[in-house]
Design a protein around this ligand. Structure first.
Ligand SMILES: NC(=O)c1ccc[n+]([C@@H]2O[C@H](COP(=O)([O-])OP(=O)(O)OC[C@H]3O[C@@H](n4cnc5c(N)ncnc54)[C@H](O)[C@@H]3O)[C@@H](O)[C@H]2O)c1
Ligand SMILES: [Zn+2]
Length: 377
């Protein structure tokens, strides 16, 4: 008997339309197997360097290396420790120096094999080494497949806050192999799901309703998972094509992120609170704050929050162990976030599920009142 084929269906292709920088997101089980043929087609004769983390390396590096070796594409590898702490100046230097040492030049490629941390770090390094190298995203977490690998935002963290040093630098290809998610711990999958739900909540009520009925199949894998990833990618690709540099609409993708980044910073960017978990808490705050401002009904806010709770995401800071936050601390962190203009705060608020909008003139006093009630509740 022959073994079952790795891939059962053709991959779903989602284009990111950016003129002569247009690229494809290929989504499907086993699509990593196409890495070499796609690289050979896009950049014939190129060398590559794979940037990955220790955990991803143990699971998937051999597969990626074998795929490149089979097509005689020269490759080297740089492996860094897993975790948000690697989006640092120190690891940025490590990756840049490794790319230079591997003699990666203008026609060559950096391959980011990992979650959002690796994608952001490797993409940023690619954007500056030799004044800009092309790179390929091979996202290995749900969060990276639906969000961070698409759209060209790259960054490392500053001691002053998250993602404060970075570039817009689009990849030339994204390969989202859903089979890679089989090794992802349940907690990381769930955290990534917060960003999937975000796409429904910010602008696609139909998708949110579909998730309410089908989330268990998304978690189980199979066609529902691929469908959810494709819909989220299509949503993000559309927004990025219309507003690449975030002068408008793209800010909607920050739904839950202003509150969320404050929680993440309060947790010291540690494993106590993963990015996606912080986003879930942030979305809860955005919907409750919107309801408190009379923008949408309490029932609608509860529906949004209820879904996050149903999948097991945290919906109250109390559920996070060893988290001690005060209103002053959160207000400080929110004030440090980059979306502050002339004493007013920018938040993504909601008039309903699928009806988020950019509010540029939020009074900090209202946020303080809301957070005071929230922490006491
Ligand atoms: N650039 C953007 O537009 C954008 C958007 C959203 C989030 N982000 C960034 O993404 C980061 C979070 O990304 P993340 O949640 O993917 O975190 P991550 O990269 O740290 O991955 C989470 C954990 O899963 C492990 N892992 C990754 N793939 C695995 C696999 N297939 N099997 C087993 N383990 C695996 C990693 O080693 C890590 O420990 C944050 O830094 C956030 O700021 C960026
Ligand atoms: Zn996010």
């Amino acid at each position: 008997m022959m073994t079952a084929p790795l891939r059962t269906r053709e991959p779903t292709i989602v284009p990111v339309e950016l003129g002569n920088r247009t690229y494809e997101i290929a989504i499907g089980r086993g699509v990593l197997g196409e890495l070499s043929t796609r690289i050979a087609a896009l950049r014939p004769g190129s060398r590559t360097i794979i940037v990955t983390d220790e955990t991803v390396a143990t699971h998937h590096l051999a597969t990626a290396e074998a795929a490149l070796a089979a097509a005689s594409i020269p490759t080297s590898t740089v492996v860094i420790p897993p975790g948000e702490a690697s989006k640092s100046w120190e690891k940025f230097e490590t990756v840049c120096e490794a790319i230079i040492a591997a003699r990666i030049e203008r026609n060559d490629l950096v391959v980011a094999l990992g979650g959002g941390v690796i994608g952001d770090l490797a993409g940023f390094a690619a954007s500056v080494v030799r004044r800009g190298l092309d790179y390929v995203q091979v996202p290995t977490t749900l969060l990276a497949q639906v969000d961070s690998s698409v759209g060209g935002k790259t960054a490392i963290n500053s001691r002053h806050g998250k993602n404060l040093v970075g570039m817009f630098h689009q990849p030339i290809l994204v390969l989202a192999d859903t089979a890679l998610l089989d090794t992802l711990p349940a907690r990381d999958f769930r955290a990534g799901y917060a960003e999937v739900a975000k796409f429904g909540l910010l602008g696609d009520a139909g998708f949110f309703a579909w998730l309410e009925s089908n989330w268990q199949d998304v978690f189980a894998g199979g066609p529902a998972r691929e469908h959810a990833i494709a819909i989220a990618c299509r949503g993000k690709a559309g927004i990025v094509a219309r507003d690449e540099r975030e002068t408008g609409e793209r800010a909607l993708l920050n739904l839950g992120h202003t509150f969320g980044h404050a929680f993440e910073a309060a947790a010291g960017f540690s494993d106590r609170l993963l990015h996606g978990e912080a986003v879930a808490l942030g979305i809860v705050c955005a919907f409750e704050f919107s309801a408190s401002l009379g923008l949408l009904s309490q029932a609608e806010a509860e529906r949004a929050i209820g879904h996050l709770a149903a999948v097991g995401l945290p919906t109250h800071i109390r559920q996070v162990s060893n988290m001690h936050v005060s209103v002053d601390m959160l207000m400080d962190l929110i004030g440090q976030d980059k979306k502050v203009k002339r004493g007013k705060l920018t938040f993504i608020l909601a008039r309903g599920i699928g009806q988020s909008f950019i509010a540029n003139d939020v009074d900090p006093a209202q946020v303080r009142t809301f957070l005071t009630q929230k922490l006491e509740s």
